[in-house]
Design a protein around this ligand. Structure first.
Ligand SMILES: Nc1ccn([C@@H]2O[C@H](COP(=O)(O)OP(=O)(O)OP(=O)(O)O)[C@@H](O)[C@H]2O)c(=O)n1
Ligand SMILES: [Mg+2]
Length: 407
């Protein structure tokens, strides 16, 4: 197969391949960018594989960085672009089911491709647009099949994360997993325990954000992979609720993913925090999800106040609304949004007095009372009891201090 019109990302990278080839080595585009080009999907990073050894690659280009020289990867800087060029390799020494600690460089493309995870990821593209397809990856791409290269067991023993990659691609690309490959995942699922949580997290999030999320989740449950993810052991029943997600409403951010998961597992705000710590998500995400779960709780109890909407903020509110759509909730989300829009202020900075104003007006002296009064004024403004107007707020602050003198 020949690709007639290469995407612009390949066109700009083409001189790199040509330089390597002119020096007598082989060089190809490989990996996801080749797969995504044939699928007509957007490509995000162009990876290059070559028969040249890292030192030989470095001799050919002016600006290079040793990003992963041990694994054979050299980064080439060219016209403000960065390209990762990796020497063909076979990988050995997989005792721990993680990425190899030892790689052996080889001169043969075939040796390199046969150690890749799935046939659709084992295609190589020449600079002239010719596809090298040694494992029927093109046929699998056409039929939307995800199939391990060679013997599936071997591929998953080399890197157990590939099992999570399989369910991720099933969701992202809307591909079915070929039977033997799926059976090998079922069989080897416990190996996932060896994999760093941070790597599992990335694949799980991508699965949840994919176009065929229900199919991804189905594989995730059927293969038993979930049992070897943090906090998911034995949680088949609650996780199965994800199979009823609204197929027309995709999640659009990591925080939505985790809000949905914490809600599905019926976690309290505090439980959500420790759950997410086990998954090693960022603190920012933990705070967002906690806030969203508080809103979910208030929605369930019908106790959503203006103050809660204010504290939730627009981003988390929008995330929550998208999750409500995803779970086919009947909640009047329009009403929630409209109540938020009608809040007189959206952030504490918009309050027409601040601590400094209270001090200069002589209403209080520095101390803990300041926070209490500002909060009192904020709440009054949010419920429409006070206007957000400095003189009125100073007056209310004065009234408050005379009724509640500092003890
Ligand atoms: N555990 C892994 C990870 C990667 N690869 C190979 O390395 C390529 C590039 O890896 P990566 O960028 O992680 O994945 P992509 O397939 O490019 O997908 P994405 O769109 O997420 O970049 C893959 O296509 C595959 O050939 C592999 O065999 N096994
Ligand atoms: Mg990639």
């Amino acid at each position: 197969m020949q690709i007639k019109e290469l995407p612009k990302e390949f066109i700009t990278a083409r001189p790199i391949l040509q330089t390597i080839e002119k020096a007598g080595y082989e060089a190809y585009f490989v990996g996801g960018s080749v797969r995504d080009t044939i699928l007509n999907d957007h490509i995000h990073d162009v990876d290059i594989a070559t028969s040249a050894y890292p030192s030989e690659v470095k001799d050919l280009f002016k600006k290079t960085i040793n990003t992963g020289i041990k694994h054979g990867t050299v980064m080439i800087l060219d016209h403000q672009q960065k390209y990762e060029v990796t020497t063909f390799r076979t990988e050995s020494g997989y005792q721990d089911f993680r990425r190899p600690d030892k790689v052996t460089f080889v001169r043969s493309l075939e040796e390199d491709l046969k150690r890749r995870d799935f046939t659709v990821n084992a295609l190589a593209l020449k600079e002239d647009g010719t596809i090298v397809d040694l494992f029927s990856g093109l046929q699998d791409l056409e039929k939307h099949i995800l199939r391990a290269v060679g013997i599936p067991d071997e591929r998953f023993h080399e890197d157990a994360l590939r099992m999570m990659r399989a369910v991720r691609f099933a969701s992202k690309l809307d591909f079915v997993i070929e039977d033997k490959t799926e059976a090998a995942i079922k069989h080897n699922a416990p190996l996932l325990k060896k994999i760093a949580v941070e790597r599992i997290l990335v694949e799980f999030e991508k699965m949840m954000l994919g176009q065929a999320v229900i199919q991804g989740v189905k594989y995730f449950l059927d293969t038993g992979l979930y049992n070897y993810c943090p906090q998911f052991e034995g949680k088949q029943a609650p996780l199965s609720k994800l199979l009823e997600l609204n197929p027309n409403n995709r999640l659009t951010s990591e925080s939505q993913v985790w809000l949905l998961i914490c809600h599905t597992l019926e976690l309290s705000p505090e439980q959500s925090r420790s759950f997410l710590r086990a998954w090693k998500t960022s603190n920012e995400l933990i705070n967002e999800v906690e806030s969203g779960i508080r809103l979910f709780d208030a929605i369930a109890k019908n106790t959503v106040s203006e103050k809660l909407l204010f504290r939730t903020g627009r981003n988390v509110l929008e995330d929550t609304i998208n999750v409500l759509f995803a779970i086919n909730s009947k909640i009047d989300t329009q009403m929630l949004l409209s109540r938020y829009e009608h809040l007189p202020i959206k952030s504490t900075h918009e309050l027409d007095v601040n601590g400094h104003d209270l001090l200069t007006a002589g209403i209080i002296t520095p101390g803990p009372q300041m926070g209490i009064i500002l909060n009192y004024l904020l709440e009054g403004v949010l419920v429409g009891q006070f206007k957000n107007n400095q003189s009125e707020l100073l007056l209310e602050a004065r009234k408050y201090t005379s009724k509640n003198p500092e003890s």
